[in-house]
Each structure stands twice: as structure tokens, then as C-alpha cells.
Ligand binder design. Structure first.
Ligand SMILES: [Zn+2]
Length: 453
């Protein structure tokens, strides 16, 4: 009988296809097998009565580090991730954008001892010219972030330049993560709203309006189709957008739709009372319960490709310092994405296997990390989460570990709780607390961007 490091016994494993009662064995940070293996674990974890999920992959987070670390930093953001069952994040920050392979390398050295969970890094569309893209990909960038409208101080990329990059580098297969809002339409709305002297919360949904989003998504879809590049439409805000993306995809384009919880739970008019605490873009669009139901329907039926938080936190002071025009965009989300989605699964809005597909397998596939990440298969990293699917609790601001210190989902009664999180076989969080130091988390380089669909 051989030895192994860890045995997880008595739990039910959730895969994207099914839930199976099976033990898991771990050696040297990797899954070595299931069921009745002839090995004796040095340590045993009793998972009876619990679900065992592969660790979540959050492909869209902003930890602002280096950059605006008053809003967030890597040690804090990654600790929050660990508590929430996220074992790998893919991070990019607008306050210190990475445009070159050298900047990527510098950021990697800086982050050496700053993450609890494993991490990949995204780059921004290079201002120095599209020729910089291959080196960024060789350096390990997991995505190229594109803004189609000037946002967070990052300049818009126009369709001609984007098309040049997409068609020249389609073969590299790196995903272009597109923040899709049309520059001229948002500028037009901004001018009108400002000349009317508007300062109420509703300026946000009128400024960042659905037409601007729709035009930019359609443009990105056509560019993707014509170039054969791989494109992700970030944070699709409402059903029409998702349908547009799904339409291009069924026409053969390699285009994916990112889902974020805020568009499944929050309504447009909340910004009237909540002001800056609901300022994010694209904004919440749902006017009715029916609008939200349409989003859930699309999450269930496969129109959405994967789930991410778009964690972009600011604390209360930052969210209230100035007019609605001045306070920063963005919501905290890394702490709450799995919790609110576990609750949705407990209530039957989607299944646990669908959740694992959307928040673990698919982002790992799209961003080149699968099956090292995003799966519990022999040879995969032993990243997993123990979940008590019956536990009930009320989500409160004081449970938020992010520097934000609040959540738009506070006050909700949730069913299903993360009990413990393991990264490469090591327990990094339990019962709402991070117990591992920053530095355990390693950089993960996309293995290949070969077609995965
Ligand atoms: Zn973002």
C-alpha cells in the first residue's frame, strides 16, 4: 500500500456533469485518484454530508496591486478569494495597466509573496502598438483587455485597431476580453446629461445606456467573426446582449459571454437610493423580476459561457467622496460570487454541476488553464472547496474580507456555505477565515490557447 498526503472521505464530488459519492486522494498537491485506491493518506478530511467542488476560477478580478491599494491589494483580495472558495484568480488592474512583457515580468516579481491563492494575469491592449501582443502572450498573459470606450482612465480602442490585432494574432488564441460600450454614444449621452445639470443616480444607466452597449457588442461580434480571433464579452448586462453574443457564436464565431452576479440580482432603479454603491458599468439593467428571470433562463440554457465576479472594490468613503460622476465605478464581488450562486443552486435556479461548469471548468478552458485548474481529475491541481449545501445564514457586510468592507448583497438569507478551501492540497481557508499566508499562491501560466470548444 502506497502513501499519499491527503484523503478527502465521504463527500459528494460535483463535476460539470454529475454529483458522485467518491473519495479523493491527493499527493504532492495533485489529485491522484478516487474511490477505493490502495493508498493510506497521512491526513484525512472528513467530508461526509458535504459537497466537494473543484476550486472556483474567477477570471475577472481587479486587486489594484500595484496601483490603488487603498481600494484593494493582493494579500487582502486573495484572502477574500480563499474564504469564498476561489482557488485561482485572473487579475488585471486599470490603475497600473500592463502593456508590455517587461511590465508583466515586473508585476510578477512584485507579486511573488502577495497571493494566498493561485493567480494568472491579464494585460491591457498595448498603447505602444499591437506588435507588443505576441511577447505579452509568451510572457504568460492570460488575456488582452480591451475597452471600446474610455473608462477608468484607460483609453478606448477603435474598431480598426482592434481588428488589426484580432486578425493578425487570432492564431495566438489569446482571448480578447472586451469591455463593450460604444465611445461616441456614451460621450453623446454624457454631454447631454452634464449640460442638463443632472447629478442624480439615474445618470449612470442613461450615460452608460443599453444602445451604447449593444452597438459595441455587435461591432465586437462582427470583428470576431471576420478575424477568427477568440473574444469574450465581459459582464453582459442583459438578455439582449447575451442573445447577440450567442447568435454570433452559433454562426461559428469564437465569442463568449461572461456572466456576473450583479446582473442576476440587482435592479436598475436601486441606484436612486444607493447612489455610488450601485455605480458600475455596464449598470444593472433589470427593471422587473421578469428581466432577472430572463437572465437566469439564459444561464441555465448555456447562452452564458462562464461566470466571474468583476471584483472592482471601493470602500464606503471612496464610494461617497464626490458626486455620482466622480466616485469610482465598480462593485466588490470576490467575497460573494460563490455564496450567492450556491444559494441560487440550492433554490434550483441552476444546478450544482452547472455552477461548477460556469465558475470552474469553462473559465479554465477559455483562459488556457484546464485541466490543471478547473477540474478534479487525476493530475489536476488539488484545488477544491467543501460546501455545506444545507447551512443557512444571513450575508452581512462584516463578513466581507475585501478592503471594500461592504457588499451589494448584504441582508440576503443564503443557503449553502463554504466550509473549507484547499489550494494544491493545502487548506487555505476555513469557516470564513483565511488561514494561509500570502505567498502560498503561485502564478499560473496559460498552457496553451488551443481551441477548447
Ligand atoms: Zn472589470
Amino acid at each position: 500500500m502506497g502513501q499519499c498526503d491527503l484523503g478527502v472521505r465521504g463527500g459528494r464530488i460535483v463535476t460539470p456533469e454529475e454529483i458522485i459519492r467518491e473519495d479523493v486522494y491527493v499527493k504532492d498537491g495533485k489529485v491522484i485518484g478516487f474511490g477505493k485506491l490502495d493508498v493510506s493518506p497521512r491526513e484525512t478530511v472528513d467530508a461526509s454530508g458535504l459537497l466537494v467542488l473543484p476550486g472556483m476560477i474567477d477570471a475577472h478580478v481587479h486587486f489594484m496591486d500595484p496601483g490603488d491599494t487603498r481600494r484593494e491589494d493582493f494579500p487582502t483580495g486573495s484572502a477574500a478569494a480563499s474564504v469564498a472558495g476561489v482557488t485561482t484568480v485572473i487579475e488585471h488592474s486599470h490603475s497600473s495597466p500592463v502593456y508590455t512583457a517587461t511590465e508583466l515580468q515586473e508585476k510578477l516579481s512584485y507579486l511573488k509573496n502577495r497571493s494566498v491563492v493561485d493567480f494568472g494575469l491579464g494585460a491591457h491592449f498595448p498603447v505602444g502598438g499591437v506588435d507588443l501582443i505576441p511577447d505579452l502572450v509568451r510572457g504568460g498573459a492570460a488575456l488582452i483587455k480591451v475597452f471600446t470606450c474610455t473608462t477608468h482612465g484607460i483609453k478606448a480602442v477603435d474598431p480598426g485597431i482592434l481588428y488589426t490585432a484580432m486578425s493578425r494574432f487570432a492564431k495566438l488564441d489569446v482571448p480578447f476580453l472586451v469591455h463593450a460600450e460604444d465611445e461616441s454614444l456614451t460621450l453623446l449621452a454624457e454631454k447631454e446629461l452634464k449640460s442638463a445639470g443632472r447629478e442624480d443616480g439615474m445618470v449612470i444607466p442613461e450615460w452608460r445606456n443599453p444602445l451604447a452597449e449593444q452597438v459595441a457588442v455587435s461591432t465586437a461580434g462582427h470583428l470576431t467573426q471576420a478575424s477568427t480571433a477568440k473574444t469574450v464579452i465581459a459582464h453582459c448586462s442583459h438578455s439582449q446582449i447575451v442573445d447577440t453574443v450567442a447568435g454570433f457564436r452559433s454562426g461559428g464565431a469564437r465569442i463568449y459571454a461572461e456572466a456576473c452576479p450583479q446582473y442576476f440580482f440587482l435592479k436598475e432603479d436601486e441606484i436612486k437610493a444607493m447612489g455610488g454603491f450601485r455605480k458600475f458599468t455596464p449598470p444593472a439593467r433589470a427593471k422587473t423580476r421578469g428581466d432577472l428571470d430572463e437572465m437566469w433562463e439564459r444561464l441555465r440554457n448555456g447562452c452564458f459561457s462562464y461566470l466571474a465576479s468583476d471584483h472592482a472594490p471601493s470602500n464606503r468613503k471612496q464610494k461617497t467622496a464626490g458626486s455620482i460622476w466622480e466616485v469610482p465605478f465598480g462593485l466588490p464581488g470576490i467575497d460573494t460570487t460563490l455564496p450567492v450562486m450556491l444559494d441560487a443552486a440550492a433554490r434550483g435556479r441552476l444546478t450544482y454541476p452547472q455552477l461548477v461548469g460556469l465558475y470552474a471548468k469553462m473559465p479554465a478552458l477559455i483562459y488556457g488553464l484546464y485541466p490543471k485548474k478547473g477540474a478534479l481529475l487525476p493530475g489536476s491541481d488539488a484545488d477544491f472547496v467543501l460546501v455545506d449545501s444545507k447551512a443557512m445564514y444571513r450575508l452581512e457586510d462584516n463578513a466581507v474580507i475585501s478592503k471594500a468592507g461592504w457588499t451589494p448583497f448584504a441582508g440576503r438569507d443564503l443557503k449553502g456555505k463554504v466550509i473549507a478551501t484547499f489550494v494544491r492540497g493545502r487548506r487555505v481557508a476555513e469557516n470564513g477565515r483565511c488561514i494561509e499566508r500570502a505567498g502560498w499562491g503561485r502564478f499560473v501560466r496559460p498552457k496553451s490557447f488551443k481551441r477548447s470548444d
